[in-house]
Ligand binder design. Structure first.
Ligand code: 13P
Length: 257
């Protein structure tokens, strides 16, 4: 029996397409994916670039594939050149939004404070936030993994209520495993996921700790997804590179078959 199925948490397999694919390419991949995914025992989401959201939204409408964005800005509107609000994402067909990805923290100056503001904006517009946390290689090697996560969770989720957190999803993405081919072992992932669930329990109580979905991200592939999903606290995956081809991604989605 697979881990995530032993509880009430429905697995979520999400594809983060990062800065890949033109509109045409995104539409084509989404078309192929929709044909390959029929199983609604797993939630599926793809997050293309902003420019592809609208056309991809038309393709996935009515299918088992939901749409997500890779980022948002917290103000509803205004003179913020280059930014996109949660309302705009909803109107483009999004139901999810990835927040605080390590690439955004590393290259675009995101902090736990901006992550917190973005989560609040997303929730206000009923977007489900997929909030990324994770340590660097240096932090892991110096035994700081848990203290890094403590801070990211504490500050990132500051002043949010139980109600706010109902649809929030956490993605544990160890930075050293992203795009490196170096996956955390299922044991390493489980250790951290268990810790994160415990943190949620301490902060928000049993019910939320039991229901919150915690995804693993970092070099997830068709050949390691099963093992990861066997872990009791791994509720799905946030997939980068291996989500770019519909056939490969569908093998990850259909991990139970
Ligand atoms: P890879 O699957 O390419 O390692 O990327 C993981 C990731 O960053 C998903 O958000």
């Amino acid at each position: 029996m697979l881990g995530a199925n032993m509880n009430s948490r429905k697995p979520l397999i999400a594809g983060n397409w990062k800065m890949f694919k033109t509109c045409e390419e995104a539409v084509e991949t989404a078309r192929q994916l929709v044909k390959l995914v029929a199983d609604d025992t797993v939630d599926v989401m793809i997050a293309p670039a902003f420019t592809s959201l609208m056309p991809v939204s038309d393709v996935v409408k009515g299918s088992c594939v939901a749409l997500g964005a890779q980022n948002l800005f917290w103000e509803p509107e205004g003179a913020y050149t280059g930014e996109i609000s949660s309302g705009m994402l909803v109107s483009a067909g999004c139901s999810y939004v990835i927040i605080g990805h390590s690439e955004r923290r590393q290259y675009f100056g995101e902090t736990d404070l901006t992550v917190n503001k973005k989560i609040k904006a997303a929730i206000k517009d009923n977007l489900m936030p997929v909030v990324c946390v994770g340590e660097s290689e240096k932090e892991r090697e110096s035994n700081h993994t848990f203290s890094v996560l403590d801070k990211q969770v504490e500050k990132g989720l500051e002043s949010l209520t139980l109600n706010d957190l109902e649809t929030l999803i956490i993605a544990y993405e160890p930075i050293w495993a992203i795009g490196t081919g170096k996956t955390a072992t299922s044991k390493q992932a489980q250790e951290v996921h268990k810790y994160l669930r415990l943190l949620i329990k301490k902060k928000f109580g049993n019910n939320l700790a039991d229901s919150i979905r915690i995804l693993y991200g970092g070099s997830v592939k068709p050949d390691n997804i099963k093992e990861l999903m066997l872990m009791p606290d791994v509720d799905g995956a946030l997939v980068g590179g291996a989500s770019l081809k519909a056939e490969t991604f569908s093998k990850i989605i259909n991990f139970q078959i």
